[in-house]
Design a protein. Structure first.
Length: 375
């Protein structure tokens, strides 16, 4: 009997979203209530934070699964292998860290026209790098990750010819089969399902995943690259990706989604997200505060600390937040840090924004729990 590499149970399904719990991720045991998020990292670190700061000042409510982004790590895999350890030791992470390897970075650019039959193109500061199934498997073993996305041919765009779109589906499906056969009962292969703005191709990918025999697919990464969340047909596109998928499978969507976007995706049954959006905002000098009535009220407030109007405001960032940043520093000081380009500025805002992101998902889980079930 094939082992399931992710143990996930759905406890409730409501109009807000569905709640559940994860007790195993790859070969690691944990307790994580969903909906929740992968903690975004870049080059093996939460951007701007040392691991000492993470352990002492960032107070997340659940054991994190760290999202390791391949574009930021691909230049290091040789050194990680030579280090004779794994990515945790090489990057100075806590030894019990649970790692997921994302082939695509939610904050990186995608360029069309570079994927081929054997590989997917990813981009970083050095330019284009090609990722094939053999190279990805090799890197997974050298890094010691607990799970990995299967390769996705993401080149399905509105101006793409039908033949090329069909080829993208075929490539993605074959890459999944190859990875699944080579990594079976070793680490968790998260099946990638894309399709851009084509509902037909989204359904094809998801139906293929659902048809697989043998060891069960533990989770599906529903890629929404190229999809505008505000478009009226977005909900139907997401349904084409989710409807064929067994309810017992974890549904992940990795992307820079705002709280408004997250509320929409929750209602469509997505279980796991990532934390790239709050980090992206922190790097822009923007702090956010989530509504206390989230997700029924998906609004949020923002403060831009690059604005000089705050230079005389000596109040805390947000009086309702008890994170390290809000309890220790003032708006005036954060404004000074960003206007003088001090490294401490992004560090403090990453702590605050990740705390708010964590609170947001706590509010979601509480709201789902409090909805009466129909008799």
């Amino acid at each position: 009997i094939a082992r399931r590499m992710v143990d996930f149970v759905v406890s409730r399904t409501t109009q807000i979203g569905r709640s559940g719990s994860i007790s195993k991720w790859g070969n690691a045991s944990l307790t994580q209530e969903t909906p929740s998020f992968l903690v975004y990292t870049r080059s093996g670190h939460i951007p701007h934070l040392t691991w000492e700061v993470v352990e002492t000042q960032l107070k997340l409510s659940q054991t994190p699964i760290y999202q390791m982004t391949l574009p930021s790590l691909i230049e290091m895999v040789g050194q990680i292998a030579a280090y004779n350890g794994d990515a945790r030791g090489f990057c100075g992470m806590p030894r019990d860290s649970i790692l997921h390897l994302s082939v695509l970075d939610p904050l990186s650019e995608r360029k069309v026209g570079y994927n081929d039959t054997a590989s997917v193109a990813i981009w970083n500061h050095t330019g284009k790098r090609s990722v094939s199934v053999p190279s990805l498997i090799k890197w997974c073993r050298e890094m010691g990750v607990n799970s990995v996305d299967s390769l996705l041919d993401y080149e399905i765009t509105p101006d793409m010819k039908l033949k090329r779109m069909n080829k993208a589906v075929e490539r993605t499906n074959q890459w999944l089969l190859s990875m699944k056969s080579q990594l079976e009962d070793d680490l968790a292969v998260i099946a990638s399902s894309g399709g851009g703005n084509s509902g037909q191709h989204r359904r094809k990918m998801s139906e293929f995943i659902s048809s697989l025999d043998g060891s069960p697919i533990p989770a599906v990464n529903i890629d929404l690259g190229g999809v505008r969340m505000e478009d009226e047909n977005t909900a139907s596109l997401i349904k084409e990706s989710t409807n064929p998928i067994d309810d017992k499978i974890v549904r992940i969507s990795q992307g820079s989604f705002s709280p408004v976007d997250v509320a929409i995706l929750l209602s469509e049954g997505i279980d796991l997200f990532d934390s790239s959006w709050p980090i992206q905002q922190a790097e822009k000098g923007i702090a956010f505060e989530i509504s206390v009535d989230y997700p029924s009220d998906s609004s949020f407030s923002t403060t831009d600390f690059k604005l000089s109007a705050l230079k005389s405001d000596h109040t805390s960032l947000f009086s309702s937040c008890d994170c390290y940043t809000c309890t220790k520093y003032t708006r005036a000081y954060l404004t000074h840090l960003f206007n003088t380009h001090e490294l401490l500025g992004p560090l403090l805002l990453v702590i605050h924004n990740l705390t708010q992101w964590d609170i947001m998902f706590q509010l979601v889980r509480k709201s789902i729990k409090n909805i009466p079930l129909d008799l």
